[in-house]
Structure formats: C-alpha cells, structure tokens
Design a protein around this ligand. Structure first.
Ligand code: ACM
Length: 286
C-alpha cells in the first residue's frame, strides 16, 4: 500500500463521567483529551451528564442547549485553542424536547448536531427519538468527512452504511456500551464492510441509580481501520485518550478485489423489502 497523501490523527477519549456533574465531567474530558495531540477527538455518549436518568424530568434537569450551553462552550474553547475537530455526546435540550445527541465542532465553530436515531432500552423513557437523520460533516481543512452515530445505532447496519454511502471517511461513535464486547466486534465489521475508519469512544464505570438499573459500562474504546485492523484500543476500566494516524486513501478505496467494489457491487434492486415496509407504513398513516 502506498503512503497516504491525506492523513489525520484521530483520537478517542475514554472516561468515567460522574452522574449529574456536568461541568466537572466536561472539564475532565478536555483535560484527558489534552494529553494527546490529534486533529479529531471523539468523546463518549452523554459525557456531560452521565447516563442513568430516573425520569424525563431528571434528563431535562441535566440537559443543555447545544448552541449556547456551558458544555458546548468548554468544547468550543478546547477546539479553538487546539485547532482541532471533535465529536462529543451530550444530553441536549431543545425547546421542550430532550435528545441524546452529538455536537460536531471544528476550530471552535459548531458544524452541527446529530440526534441518536435508535434509542436503547430505558432511554425511550428519557429522550425523544432523534429526528436529525444521518449526516456527514466535511472537515474541509483536513480533506476528511466524518459521520456520527451514537452507541446503540451500531446495532443497525443501515446507520453506518448510510453515513458511509454519504461519503464519511470516519464513523465517529460516542458510546455508553453495556453489552460486553459485542459492539467492539460489530464495529470492526462495520468498518470492514463499508471500508471506513471507526472511532468508538466508550465510557467506563457503573451507574446504579434505581432498582431497575445496574449499568456497567464496558470501556474498550477502539480505532479500527477500513481493513479491520485495530489501530488503538483501551482497557475495560481506564480513563485515557489514545490516538492513531488515519490514512484516508484507505477509506476512499472501496475495492475488495480488483473485481469487487463494496458500493458498486450492491444489488439495490434486491434490497427492497424495507422500502416496501416504509411505503406501507406511510400509506397506513396517510
Ligand atoms: C447505549 O445505546 N447506550 C447502549
């Protein structure tokens, strides 16, 4: 393989947020990130507030505007000082609605947000289902496109495929994973089948805030290459940031063999069952 003309340094930040301590959590997140030099940092899901809410009211209490909230301001200032891009999972307040979201920032400027599409388990009691759809953000000065998905979105291969087809070089995957080891394997496959890089930034620790909940977050954040190599990884229980160089010629090359291209070889005419399902739902609802 030739040396890449375009490459960026990508990093995950694996941390242990304290429930409800938004400002302390974000300060600790950027302090950890500051220990490595990268062009693009990915922070965990809900890294401002922690995860295990007991009600929608409590989620509202610890949510913030993703335009002007204090956590976003700290992240913008980090991004501006470091001249870097970042994707961070945050509890978002938008009017009366609370979302499990990610903010995308480059050089201090907010490029946009993504709202988690597939809510996991009791998140359905706390958040609105994401309404943003899947988006790709162009980090123009790096010549790199990134596609955010959040945690349980990994379970739906359509999510990763959608951002890959839209041109993402890197899937940025803020997470609070609780099924040991499963997503790490799944996201290796997502990287390989879409020929993209994946940065999964998971959290560690335990949140046991009600009798229904005993969330044990599984760490093992990782950076995976389009050829399924593990470029960096963390242990199950450490707070750490790690970095890897991402050579983007790998994510631009969709060839598996000289005769196979993962996108061009798709047979869309045989993948219609889901679209019929969607049309039927729309007809039923109209
Ligand atoms: C998850 O989606 N936080 C498991």
């Amino acid at each position: 393989m030739q040396e890449s003309k375009i490459s960026i340094l990508g990093a995950f930040v694996q941390m242990r947020p304290k429930f409800g301590e938004n400002s302390e959590n974000i300060e600790r997140a950027v302090k950890l990130a500051s220990k490595v030099r990268a062009d693009l940092y990915v922070f965990p899901e809900l890294c401002n507030s922690g995860y295990a809410f007991t009600s929608k009211e409590e989620a509202r209490q610890f949510s913030e505007s993703l335009e002007t909230g204090p956590s976003v301001q700290v992240l913008q200032s980090f991004s501006e000082k470091r001249k870097c891009a970042l994707v961070a999972g945050l509890t978002e307040k938008s009017g009366e609605s609370i979302f499990n979201s990610a903010v995308i920032i480059d050089n201090g400027r907010i490029l946009g947000t993504y709202r988690k599409t597939h809510l996991f388990y009791r998140e359905k009691l706390w958040f609105e289902p994401g309404d943003s759809g899947f988006k790709v953000f162009d980090l123009e000065r790096y010549g790199c496109k990134i596609g955010p998905i959040i945690c349980f979105d990994w379970f739906f291969p359509e999510a990763s495929r959608e951002v890959a087809v839209k041109g993402a070089d890197v899937i940025c995957h803020p997470s609070n994973l609780v099924l040991p080891g499963k997503a790490q394997i799944g996201m290796m496959v997502r990287a390989f089948e879409n020929r993209v890089f994946v940065i999964t930034a998971n959290r560690v620790g335990i949140e046991n805030r009600s009798k229904e909940d005993n969330f044990h977050f599984t760490g093992k954040s990782q950076i995976i290459s389009p050829t399924m190599e593990k470029l960096a990884s963390a242990k199950a229980n450490e707070s750490i940031a790690k970095v890897a160089r991402l050579n983007l010629d790998l994510s631009r090359n969709k060839k598996v063999t000289s005769m196979n291209d993962v996108f061009e070889d798709r047979r869309l005419e045989f993948y219609k069952a889901q679209y019929h399902e969607l049309l039927n739902r729309e007809l039923t609802n109209s």
